[in-house]
Design a protein around this ligand. Structure first.
Ligand code: UDP
Length: 330
C-alpha cells in the first residue's frame, strides 16, 4: 500500500517524504511545483506533477496508485500574501481540499492527515493554546485552513473519511545532513530571512512591530523543527491506521521565543552581526502563539527531538551554507 503525499516537493512535505522513505513506506508524490522543488523530492518516491484541483489528473493518480492514506501539504501558507489576495487562498487551500475529497471518496480512500495551522485560532484567548480553544482567524490564510477543517468534519460524518488536522505553530530548520531545507521565492519567514542577512544576501532584518504586549514588544512564536513535524504526520497516519477517530493536534514546543530572541539566537549560532531595524507591524499578525502540545505527546506518542531554538537554527544554517542558492532550479 502507498502513502500519497500532496505537496511533497515543498519545505515540510519534502521532509515528510524523506522520513516516510527512511521508515520503509512506499510513497507517491503529487506537486504542481508552483512553490515546491522537484530536487527536494526523495528519489525513491514516484512523482506526479500536477494540481490537486485538477480532478481528472488526481483521479488518474488514484487509479494508478494503490493509495492507503493521503498526507496533504499542498497549500499556500503566507499570511501577508493572504491578506492581499484572500481568494487565492480560498481557491487553492479550501477549494483544493474539496476537489481532493471528492476524488478520495470516489476511490474509497478514507484516511487523510493534513496541514492546518495555529493561525486558525487567531488572537488567542489564553496561552498556551489548547486544541479545544475557540478558532477565530485574524487572516485569510488561517480562515482558509479553518474551512478545510470544517469541510473534513462533515466529510467524515457523510462519507466516513477519517482525518487528522495538524495545527502547526512555527516551523524551522532543515534535515540535519543539510541535503534538503527551506527555499521559498520570495522568502517571508523569520528564520530564513535572518539567515539571509547572516549570509550577506540582505542588508538587514526588519522586525515587524515592537509595541506588542509581550516581554520585549516583539511577537512571540513557538518553533518546531521540520523533521519533528514530519514525524508527527507519520504518527498521525499510524493513529488513523489503528482506527483512531478524526481529530486535531497542535504541533509546537510549548515554549515561546520573541522575534528579538530569535535574532539573538541566530547571532549566537552564526557568529554574524545580523543588523536589524524596527519596522511597523505586519497586518494579520497575532502577538503571541504558543501551543499546548501535550495532546500530540499523549495520544500520538510524539517526542520532538529538537527542543532548543539554537539547535533548530543550526540545522537551517547548515542547509543554507551547503546550498547558498537553495535548490537553484528556477
Ligand atoms: N517577522 C519579522 N521580520 C521578517 C519576517 C517575519 O519581524 O522579515 C516576524 C513576523 O511579523 C512574525 C514572526 O516574525 O511576528 C514570525 O513570522 P513568520 O512569517 O516567520 O511566521 P508566521 O508566524 O506568520 O507563520
Amino acid at each position: 500500500m502507498t502513502v500519497l503525499v500532496l505537496g511533497g516537493a515543498g519545505y515540510i512535505g519534502s521532509h515528510a517524504v524523506d522520513r516516510l522513505i527512511e521508515k520503509g513506506e512506499d510513497v507517491a508524490v503529487v506537486d504542481n511545483l508552483v512553490t515546491g522543488h522537484a530536487k527536494a523530492i526523495n528519489e525513491n518516491a514516484r512523482f506526479y506533477e500536477g494540481d490537486i484541483r485538477d480532478k481528472a489528473f488526481m483521479a488518474d493518480v488514484f487509479d494508478r496508485e494503490n493509495v492507503d492514506a493521503v498526507i496533504h501539504f499542498a497549500a499556500f501558507s503566507i499570511v501577508p500574501e493572504s491578506m492581499k489576495d484572500p481568494l487565492k487562498y480560498f481557491d487553492n487551500n479550501t477549494g483544493g481540499v474539496i476537489a481532493l475529497l471528492e476524488v478520495m471518496r470516489d476511490h474509497n480512500v478514507n484516511k487523510i492527515v493534513f496541514s492546518s495551522t495555529a493561525a486558525t485560532y487567531g488572537e488567542p484567548k489564553q496561552i498556551p493554546i489548547k486544541e479545544t480553544d475557540p478558532q477565530d482567524p485574524t487572516n485569510p490564510y488561517g480562515q482558509s485552513k479553518l474551512g478545510m477543517e470544517k469541510i473534513m468534519k462533515w466529510c467524515d460524518i457523510a462519507y466516513g473519511i477519517k482525518f487528522v488536522a495538524l495545527r502547526y505553530f512555527n516551523v524551522a530548520g532543515a534535515k540535519p545532513d543539510g541535503s534538503i531545507g527551506e527555499d521559498h521565492h520570495p522568502e517571508t519567514h523569520l528564520v530564513p530571512i535572518i539567515l539571509q542577512v547572516a549570509a550577506g544576501e540582505r542588508d538587514q532584518l526588519q522586525i515587524f512591530g515592537d509595541d506588542y504586549p509581550t516581554k520585549d514588544g516583539t511577537c512571540v512564536r513557538d518553533y518546531v523543527h521540520v523533521v519533528d513535524l514530519a514525524d508527527a504526520h507519520i504518527l498521525a497516519m499510524e493513529y488513523l491506521n489503528n482506527g483512531g477517530e478524526s481529530t486535531a493536534f497542535n504541533l509546537g514546543s510549548s515554549t515561546g521565543f520573541s522575534n528579538m530572541e530569535m535574532l539573538q539566537a541566530a547571532r549566537d549560532v552564526t557568529g554574524q552581526e545580523i543588523p536589524a531595524e524596527m519596522a511597523p507591524r505586519r497586518p494579520g499578525d497575532p502577538s503571541t502563539l504558543i501551543a499546548a502540545s501535550d495532546k500530540a505527546r499523549d495520544v500520538l506518542g510524539w517526542d520532538p527531538q529538537f527542543d532548543d531554538v539554537h539547535e533548530i537554527i543550526k540545522t537551517a544554517w547548515n542547509w543554507k551554507q551547503k546550498h547558498p542558492n537553495g535548490y537553484n532550479d528556477r
